[in-house]
Design a protein around this ligand. Structure first.
Ligand SMILES: Cc1ncc(COP(=O)(O)O)c(C=O)c1O
Length: 497
């Protein structure tokens, strides 16, 4: 920044801010319209970005022109473009224009919503917008909604509340380590549940042994008979079951656990039911897909991620809890300097009481903008289109003699692999060959820079995944991905051995 851009001992001048601000907004507008022209996966080697950056900070002011130029020269080539219409990896996401504008205003206000008092509008908008989202999802009234950064943290809070709900544990006061007076706690989820559940258990001192992974059926859904048997077996062996995590839209295949049956088991066994709908739960916004959240009216908590499949810039995870008083009991700890009359009187909600973090960004603003800009029907139409594109891709796979689908497609994510005809050898040899072939295929497809797909393993099989979820993805982009896959498989000659 030149000295002329700065006030003495202060910030940038308003004139300079306006000039650079317009420049940045212009840059963003161009980026959003041209993002498809960048290589989707950053074509850089490890350390390449860092090597181009000075190891020490500037002692004197530098021009913002220079910083913006370096952003384009050094940073941009090292960016994997999640906004690219050819981004089909993991779960594709979108920084939509209304969401980006909400982020800008949130950065400008820079409020910290730790207490209602520290920004009443933050707290109250968060409450209202999450209630809007609840209604859009068809979830019951009376759920308290709060925004967390990620589903990993939402689930952490759910599991902490589940533990707090166990009578007589006194974990808040006594902790768990070294205590002979408490049984080992056990949480249940399917083998297909997201790794964050296990990570949360590690964080909460339950250990990986505190998570029992229940087998799934042929369609990768939690087997409820196996769940009931595992709970009974654990009780006999002296474990204390306390929580079940069901998933609506598992990470690998997007399978939907049978939540109604799981809810009945939880009711009977007195266990907390948490539903991880980080990706798939959002489909309930489509009126004819409300069924994906069937049974969730009986859940104690549920997470859905607007930053995954609701066009809201990362990060924004919506956490709902039916028993906020338990969540509060698990987390609330108010030092003197944070005491307020309205907080003590409980006439307001201080959001710091419902999770780990004290400081809180104004995330509701971007979600509010997104919901208002697209409307419930517009959001549903966009999600419906993504599902149509996913189904279209699945139909191409099904019709091809050289590819096969490896899981059902309940949403917009397709699991598949190349399986050329007439491969010789034993079934083990064929499977090993297919694993190598598909790994090489993924590398080749991603090296084009036009599309980015990711992989998983299903029943030992190397599986490619194509997930549609970006607002800028059209049928032409999905068709191009399919074309590239066919071109590359035709070129690949991995010898069977
Ligand atoms: C089902 C499911 N739950 C949780 C997560 C973790 O999400 P986050 O990155 O918001 O922690 C993922 C990530 O893809 C997921 O697929």
């Amino acid at each position: 920044m030149t000295q002329a851009d700065l006030t003495p001992l202060g910030d940038m001048t308003p004139e300079a801010f306006r000039r650079y601000g317009h420049q940045v907004v212009d840059w963003i507008a161009n980026y959003l319209s041209d993002v498809g022209q960048y290589p989707v996966l950053a074509p850089v080697a490890p350390g390449e970005v860092r090597r181009q950056l000075p190891a020490t900070p500037p002692a004197r002011p530098e021009s913002l022109e220079q910083a913006l130029a370096d952003f384009e020269r050094v940073i941009l080539p090292g960016v994997t473009h999640w906004n690219h219409p050819g981004f089909f990896a993991y779960f594709a996401i979108t920084g939509s224009a209304p969401g980006i504008l909400g982020e800008m205003l949130s950065a400008a206000l820079n409020v910290n919503g730790m207490l209602w008092r520290t920004s009443p509008a933050l707290t109250e908008l968060e409450e209202v917008v999450l209630d809007w989202l609840r209604q859009m999802l068809g979830l019951p009234e009376g759920l308290m909604g709060i925004i967390m950064d990620t589903a990993s943290v939402s689930s952490l809070c759910a599991i902490a509340a589940a533990r707090e709900a166990v009578p007589g544990l006194r974990v808040r006061e006594e902790g768990l380590a070294g205590r002979a007076d408490v049984p080992r706690l056990r949480l249940y989820c399917s083998e297909q549940a997201h790794s964050s559940i296990e990570k949360d258990a590690i964080t909460l001192g339950l250990g990986r042994a505190g998570v029992r992974k229940i087998p799934t059926d042929a369609e990768f859904r939690l087997d409820t008979e196996a769940l009931a048997a595992a709970i009974a077996e654990d009780r006999r062996a002296g474990w204390q079951p306390f929580c079940v995590v069901a998933t609506v839209g598992t990470t690998s295949t997007t399978s939907i656990d049978p939540v109604p049956a799981i809810a009945s088991i939880c009711r009977r066994e007195g266990l907390w039911l948490h539903v991880d709908g980080a990706y798939g739960g959002m489909a309930a916004i489509i009126p004819e897909r409300r069924d994906v959240l069937a049974g969730c009216d009986r859940a104690d908590s549920i997470v859905v991620n607007p930053h995954k499949w609701l066009f809201t810039p990362i990060d924004c995870s919506a956490f709902y809890c039916r028993r906020p008083e338990v969540l509060k009991r698990a987390f609330s700890l108010v030092p003197e300097y944070l005491r307020t009359a309205e907080g003590e009187a409980e006439s307001v909600r201080d959001l710091m009481d419902y999770g780990v973090q004290l400081g809180r960004r104004f995330r509701a603003l971007k979600l509010w903008f997104v919901i208002r800009a697209f409307g419930q029907e517009g959001l549903a139409a966009r999600l419906r289109e993504h599902i149509r594109l996913g189904q279209q891709f699945a139909a191409w796979i099904d019709a091809s003699p050289d590819f096969e689908r490896l899981a059902p497609v309940p949403f917009s994510t397709v699991c598949f692999r190349a399986h050329p005809r007439d491969l010789g050898g034993t079934s083990e040899e064929v499977e090993a060959h297919l694993n190598r072939l598909n790994e090489a295929l993924l590398e080749a497809v991603n090296a084009t820079g036009e599309v980015f797909l990711s992989h998983t393993k299903l029943n030992g099989r190397y599986t490619l995944r194509l997930a549609v979820g970006n607002l800028r993805t059209t049928e032409a982009h999905v068709a191009r991905a399919w074309e590239i896959l066919q071109e590359k498989i035709a070129q690949l000659a991995v010898p069977a051995s």
